[in-house]
Ligand binder design. Structure first.
Ligand code: ATP
Length: 300
């Protein structure tokens, strides 16, 4: 398993006091007392991995390894999922936790293997956690997820809502990251100007907490002042999406699909006519567009 990353020995800090975050944290604490698999669902960058590490820290497995496997990036995924030498592969993880990120990005065949691998891992005393930014219930409906993996993964689900649906958390996260980046960049930024705050509060944050973190980092690198203003944000906010479209790099296809879908809908609008035009521009049927809108939860 040398292609994976062992990480998260530091106590994870979950910022936010919205009802949704409190509920997710409560569920993690409950799930930490069990050994069953847990599926973390939510859009990209909402904090699924963070919650998974939090669960590990809250469990009796604290002190044992936590291992993250990226199903969409890990080139060694096939080797990892092969059932050869499972015992040897998992020996160092005994009593620890294994988190599989983006399980829906695997092919159906790989998903079936993942399911068998998870059962083997559990038999070796390893707790299995899973993550997906795609709605796996919808995938089940579309028959694009292995049915046995689906049943296994949905035993216990924790959903983390998008940042735009818990705007109460935006300023708490902002203050948290300003403190962190002040230390890292040796700056003494005190906050946002009221105008910049307005931008932060009204922006949709399609890339969620990860996008907010990166936008703040860029703005803090740019500013030489005590408060981050609208001007600094203009150069940094929303770049998670736009930067990629201007300067493409390798990324998971489903993530690119979501970015293009969001861009088409923001250009043509979300009325029926807007959706028709977006579907035409993307060269897909209106029915397919509706499916994708639902899958990526793009409407709200
Ligand atoms: N509530 C939170 N408090 C503090 N930091 C957060 C919170 N939620 C997310 N983050 C931070 O945002 C970033 C993205 O979070 P994370 O990687 O857990 O998201 P994810 O949903 O697993 O992403 P992906 O969809 O790419 O798998 C990380 O730096 C994480 O620490």
């Amino acid at each position: 398993m040398d292609t994976c990353v062992v990480s998260h020995l530091i106590q994870p800090v979950i910022v936010g006091s919205s009802k949704d975050i409190r509920q997710a944290v409560k569920m993690c604490c409950k799930a930490a007392r069990e050994n069953s698999p847990v599926l973390f669902q939510g859009e990209i960058g909402v904090g699924k991995l963070l919650m998974a590490t939090y669960l590990h820290h809250e469990s009796s497995r604290l002190g044992k390894p936590f291992l993250q496997v990226d199903c969409d990036f890990d080139e060694g995924i096939r080797d990892i999922l092969s059932l050869e030498n499972v015992e040897t592969k998992l020996r160092f993880l005994k009593g620890g936790t294994l988190y599989f990120r983006e399980i829906a990005s695997l092919t159906m065949d790989e998903q079936a293997r993942l399911h068998r691998f998870c059962l083997a891992a559990e038999a070796e005393g390893v707790r299995v956690l899973l993550g997906s930014s795609q709605n796996i219930h919808l995938l089940m409906y579309e028959k694009t997820i292995d049915a046995e993996l689906y049943r296994y993964a949905t035993e216990w689900e924790i959903y983390i809502s998008p940042l735009r649906q818990r705007r109460d958390d935006i300023m708490a996260l902002t203050a948290h990251y300003i403190r962190e980046f002040n230390q890292r960049l040796r700056k003494s930024v005190q906050g946002l100007t009221p105008q910049a705050e307005e931008v932060f509060m009204s922006y949709r944050w399609p890339g969620n907490v990860e996008e907010l973190r990166q936008s703040l980092m860029r703005a803090m690198i740019l500013t030489a002042e005590s408060f981050i203003g609208r001007r600094h944000l203009a150069e940094s906010i929303g770049q998670g999406v736009d930067q990629f479209l201007q300067n493409p790099d390798v990324m998971p296809l489903n993530r690119m699909e979501e970015l293009l879908l969001r861009r088409a809908l923001s250009r043509y609008g979300t009325t029926l006519e807007g959706k028709r035009r977006a579907a035409r521009a993307l060269n897909i049927s209106l029915a397919t567009l509706y499916n994708k809108v639902k899958r990526y939860n793009v409407n709200n």
